[in-house]
Design a protein around this ligand. Structure first.
Ligand code: BTN
Length: 242
Protein backbone atom coordinates (compact mmCIF):
# COMPACT_ATOMS: atom_id res chain seq x y z
CA UNK A 1 0.00 0.00 0.00
CA UNK A 2 1.11 3.52 -0.73
CA UNK A 3 2.15 5.76 2.13
CA UNK A 4 -0.87 7.81 3.19
CA UNK A 5 -3.49 5.69 1.45
CA UNK A 6 -4.82 4.88 4.89
CA UNK A 7 -4.89 7.72 7.43
CA UNK A 8 -6.15 7.18 10.98
CA UNK A 9 -6.81 10.56 12.55
CA UNK A 10 -7.53 11.83 16.04
CA UNK A 11 -8.27 15.23 17.46
CA UNK A 12 -6.28 14.29 20.57
CA UNK A 13 -4.19 11.28 21.51
CA UNK A 14 -1.35 10.52 23.92
CA UNK A 15 1.18 9.94 21.14
CA UNK A 16 0.79 8.86 17.51
CA UNK A 17 3.98 6.78 17.78
CA UNK A 18 2.60 4.96 20.82
CA UNK A 19 -0.74 4.37 19.08
CA UNK A 20 1.03 2.95 16.03
CA UNK A 21 3.16 0.63 18.18
CA UNK A 22 0.18 -0.56 20.21
CA UNK A 23 -2.01 -1.25 17.18
CA UNK A 24 0.56 -2.55 14.75
CA UNK A 25 -1.28 -5.77 14.01
CA UNK A 26 -4.22 -4.02 12.44
CA UNK A 27 -2.37 -1.20 10.68
CA UNK A 28 -1.23 -2.10 7.17
CA UNK A 29 2.14 -0.90 5.91
CA UNK A 30 1.94 2.71 4.78
CA UNK A 31 -0.69 3.68 7.36
CA UNK A 32 -0.39 7.17 8.77
CA UNK A 33 -1.57 8.02 12.28
CA UNK A 34 -2.29 11.74 12.58
CA UNK A 35 -3.37 13.75 15.62
CA UNK A 36 -4.21 17.43 16.01
CA UNK A 37 -2.70 17.38 19.48
CA UNK A 38 -0.81 14.94 21.67
CA UNK A 39 -0.97 14.81 25.45
CA UNK A 40 2.33 12.92 25.84
CA UNK A 41 4.25 13.38 22.64
CA UNK A 42 7.85 12.31 23.02
CA UNK A 43 11.08 12.83 21.14
CA UNK A 44 14.55 11.34 20.97
CA UNK A 45 16.48 10.79 24.19
CA UNK A 46 13.20 10.47 26.15
CA UNK A 47 12.46 14.14 25.79
CA UNK A 48 9.02 15.73 25.91
CA UNK A 49 7.75 16.83 22.51
CA UNK A 50 5.40 19.80 22.82
CA UNK A 51 2.41 18.93 20.67
CA UNK A 52 -0.22 21.64 20.96
CA UNK A 53 -2.94 22.15 18.40
CA UNK A 54 -1.68 23.82 15.26
CA UNK A 55 1.34 21.60 14.65
CA UNK A 56 1.57 18.58 12.40
CA UNK A 57 2.04 15.42 14.47
CA UNK A 58 1.98 12.09 12.69
CA UNK A 59 3.55 8.65 12.46
CA UNK A 60 4.03 6.37 9.48
CA UNK A 61 3.99 2.58 9.80
CA UNK A 62 6.36 0.68 7.54
CA UNK A 63 6.34 -3.09 7.38
CA UNK A 64 9.23 -3.68 5.06
CA UNK A 65 9.76 -6.94 3.28
CA UNK A 66 13.18 -6.05 1.93
CA UNK A 67 14.99 -3.14 3.51
CA UNK A 68 14.84 -3.53 7.25
CA UNK A 69 17.29 -0.84 8.25
CA UNK A 70 15.31 1.70 10.34
CA UNK A 71 17.73 4.50 9.49
CA UNK A 72 16.75 4.35 5.84
CA UNK A 73 13.16 5.24 6.71
CA UNK A 74 14.19 8.11 8.96
CA UNK A 75 16.26 9.49 6.11
CA UNK A 76 13.36 9.18 3.63
CA UNK A 77 11.13 11.20 5.96
CA UNK A 78 13.69 13.89 6.82
CA UNK A 79 14.54 14.44 3.15
CA UNK A 80 10.82 14.50 2.28
CA UNK A 81 10.13 17.18 4.89
CA UNK A 82 13.13 19.28 3.84
CA UNK A 83 12.24 19.03 0.15
CA UNK A 84 8.59 19.89 0.79
CA UNK A 85 9.68 23.06 2.59
CA UNK A 86 12.13 23.98 -0.15
CA UNK A 87 9.32 23.53 -2.70
CA UNK A 88 7.17 25.86 -0.63
CA UNK A 89 9.79 28.50 -1.35
CA UNK A 90 11.59 28.51 1.99
CA UNK A 91 15.26 29.41 2.11
CA UNK A 92 17.87 28.09 4.48
CA UNK A 93 16.25 24.72 5.10
CA UNK A 94 18.78 22.24 6.45
CA UNK A 95 19.08 18.86 8.11
CA UNK A 96 20.99 18.71 11.38
CA UNK A 97 22.53 15.27 11.88
CA UNK A 98 20.97 12.86 12.22
CA UNK A 99 17.53 14.06 11.21
CA UNK A 100 16.31 17.36 12.63
CA UNK A 101 15.00 19.77 10.04
CA UNK A 102 16.14 23.34 10.55
CA UNK A 103 15.21 26.71 9.18
CA UNK A 104 18.29 28.83 9.69
CA UNK A 105 19.62 27.70 13.03
CA UNK A 106 16.31 26.73 14.58
CA UNK A 107 14.51 23.42 14.60
CA UNK A 108 11.27 23.26 12.68
CA UNK A 109 10.79 19.48 12.66
CA UNK A 110 11.98 16.41 14.52
CA UNK A 111 11.79 12.74 13.69
CA UNK A 112 11.65 9.75 15.99
CA UNK A 113 12.01 6.28 14.54
CA UNK A 114 11.16 3.18 16.53
CA UNK A 115 11.86 -0.35 15.32
CA UNK A 116 9.60 -3.13 16.51
CA UNK A 117 11.21 -6.54 16.64
CA UNK A 118 9.74 -9.97 16.25
CA UNK A 119 12.39 -12.21 17.71
CA UNK A 120 15.64 -11.00 16.25
CA UNK A 121 14.32 -9.37 13.11
CA UNK A 122 12.65 -6.04 12.47
CA UNK A 123 8.92 -6.55 12.08
CA UNK A 124 7.85 -2.94 11.66
CA UNK A 125 9.28 0.55 11.70
CA UNK A 126 7.32 3.49 13.04
CA UNK A 127 8.59 6.89 11.95
CA UNK A 128 7.06 9.75 13.89
CA UNK A 129 7.41 13.30 12.68
CA UNK A 130 6.59 16.53 14.43
CA UNK A 131 6.50 19.74 12.42
CA UNK A 132 5.94 23.11 14.05
CA UNK A 133 3.40 24.79 11.81
CA UNK A 134 0.76 27.13 13.32
CA UNK A 135 1.36 26.08 16.93
CA UNK A 136 2.76 28.43 19.56
CA UNK A 137 6.36 27.66 20.43
CA UNK A 138 6.70 27.36 24.23
CA UNK A 139 8.96 29.98 25.79
CA UNK A 140 11.52 27.47 27.08
CA UNK A 141 12.41 26.39 23.54
CA UNK A 142 11.82 29.78 21.91
CA UNK A 143 15.53 30.24 21.15
CA UNK A 144 16.02 26.89 19.45
CA UNK A 145 12.69 26.21 17.75
CA UNK A 146 10.78 27.87 14.95
CA UNK A 147 7.47 27.27 13.18
CA UNK A 148 6.53 27.39 9.52
CA UNK A 149 3.84 29.90 10.32
CA UNK A 150 6.41 32.28 11.86
CA UNK A 151 8.59 32.10 8.77
CA UNK A 152 5.83 32.30 6.17
CA UNK A 153 3.82 34.80 8.21
CA UNK A 154 0.58 33.06 7.43
CA UNK A 155 -1.64 30.22 8.50
CA UNK A 156 -0.74 26.96 6.77
CA UNK A 157 -3.22 24.17 6.10
CA UNK A 158 -2.13 21.04 7.97
CA UNK A 159 -4.04 18.84 5.56
CA UNK A 160 -2.29 20.25 2.52
CA UNK A 161 1.10 20.09 4.19
CA UNK A 162 0.60 16.49 5.32
CA UNK A 163 -0.50 15.50 1.84
CA UNK A 164 2.60 17.07 0.28
CA UNK A 165 4.98 15.47 2.75
CA UNK A 166 3.39 12.03 2.34
CA UNK A 167 3.52 12.24 -1.45
CA UNK A 168 7.21 13.09 -1.20
CA UNK A 169 7.82 10.22 1.23
CA UNK A 170 6.15 7.82 -1.18
CA UNK A 171 8.15 9.19 -4.12
CA UNK A 172 11.48 8.81 -2.31
CA UNK A 173 10.58 5.39 -0.92
CA UNK A 174 9.58 4.05 -4.31
CA UNK A 175 12.33 5.58 -6.39
CA UNK A 176 15.28 5.23 -4.07
CA UNK A 177 14.68 2.85 -1.23
CA UNK A 178 12.87 -0.08 -2.74
CA UNK A 179 14.78 0.22 -5.98
CA UNK A 180 17.98 -0.17 -4.04
CA UNK A 181 19.23 3.30 -4.84
CA UNK A 182 19.93 4.12 -1.22
CA UNK A 183 23.20 5.78 -2.15
CA UNK A 184 21.36 8.45 -4.11
CA UNK A 185 19.06 9.01 -1.20
CA UNK A 186 22.03 9.44 1.13
CA UNK A 187 23.46 11.91 -1.36
CA UNK A 188 20.25 13.96 -1.23
CA UNK A 189 20.31 13.82 2.57
CA UNK A 190 23.96 14.96 2.61
CA UNK A 191 23.19 17.88 0.33
CA UNK A 192 20.92 19.36 2.99
CA UNK A 193 23.20 18.81 5.96
CA UNK A 194 23.68 21.94 8.04
CA UNK A 195 27.01 20.54 9.31
CA UNK A 196 29.18 18.43 7.07
CA UNK A 197 32.68 16.98 6.85
CA UNK A 198 35.43 19.38 7.99
CA UNK A 199 33.08 21.47 10.14
CA UNK A 200 33.88 21.93 13.80
CA UNK A 201 31.03 20.98 16.12
CA UNK A 202 30.21 20.10 19.70
CA UNK A 203 28.07 17.05 20.31
CA UNK A 204 26.30 16.15 23.51
CA UNK A 205 26.52 12.41 24.06
CA UNK A 206 23.94 10.07 25.61
CA UNK A 207 26.09 9.79 28.79
CA UNK A 208 25.81 13.54 29.31
CA UNK A 209 29.36 14.33 28.21
CA UNK A 210 30.22 16.74 25.44
CA UNK A 211 32.75 16.28 22.66
CA UNK A 212 34.18 18.94 20.37
CA UNK A 213 36.03 18.23 17.16
CA UNK A 214 36.08 18.24 13.38
CA UNK A 215 33.66 15.99 11.51
CA UNK A 216 35.78 13.47 9.61
CA UNK A 217 32.96 11.32 8.29
CA UNK A 218 29.19 11.61 8.37
CA UNK A 219 26.55 9.02 7.44
CA UNK A 220 22.88 8.76 8.46
CA UNK A 221 23.85 6.27 11.17
CA UNK A 222 27.14 7.60 12.48
CA UNK A 223 29.30 10.64 12.78
CA UNK A 224 33.08 10.48 13.24
CA UNK A 225 34.61 13.31 15.17
CA UNK A 226 38.32 14.02 15.30
CA UNK A 227 39.00 15.64 18.65
CA UNK A 228 41.87 18.01 19.46
CA UNK A 229 44.17 15.23 20.66
CA UNK A 230 43.67 13.33 17.40
CA UNK A 231 41.29 10.69 18.73
CA UNK A 232 38.49 9.68 16.39
CA UNK A 233 35.16 9.23 18.13
CA UNK A 234 32.46 7.30 16.34
CA UNK A 235 29.11 8.65 17.48
CA UNK A 236 25.88 6.77 16.77
CA UNK A 237 23.58 8.71 18.99
CA UNK A 238 23.93 12.29 20.09
CA UNK A 239 22.96 15.82 19.45
CA UNK A 240 24.93 18.52 17.67
CA UNK A 241 24.81 21.65 19.81
CA UNK A 242 24.06 24.85 17.97
C1 BTN B 1 12.88 14.69 18.17
O1 BTN B 1 13.31 15.65 17.56
O2 BTN B 1 13.33 14.37 19.28
C2 BTN B 1 11.79 13.84 17.55
C3 BTN B 1 10.41 14.40 17.77
C4 BTN B 1 9.32 13.53 17.20
C5 BTN B 1 7.94 14.04 17.54
C6 BTN B 1 6.84 13.29 16.82
S1 BTN B 1 5.28 14.08 16.88
C7 BTN B 1 4.49 12.66 16.23
C8 BTN B 1 5.16 11.46 16.86
N1 BTN B 1 4.55 11.11 18.12
C9 BTN B 1 5.37 11.28 19.16
O3 BTN B 1 5.09 11.08 20.36
N2 BTN B 1 6.57 11.72 18.72
C10 BTN B 1 6.60 11.86 17.27
Amino acid sequence: MMVGENIVSFSEIDSTNRYARDNLDRLPSGTVVWALSQTSGYGRHQRIWYSDTGGLWFSIVFKPSLIREPNEYTKVVSVAIAETMIKMGLNSVGIKWPNDVLIGKRKVAGILTEAIFLGASVNAIVVGAGINVNNEIPEEIGQIAISLGMVMKKHISLEVLLDRVLKRVEFLRKNYLIRGKNRYLTRRWKKYLAFAEKDEITVSLPNGEKATGIISRITPSSLCLETEDGTILEINSGEILL
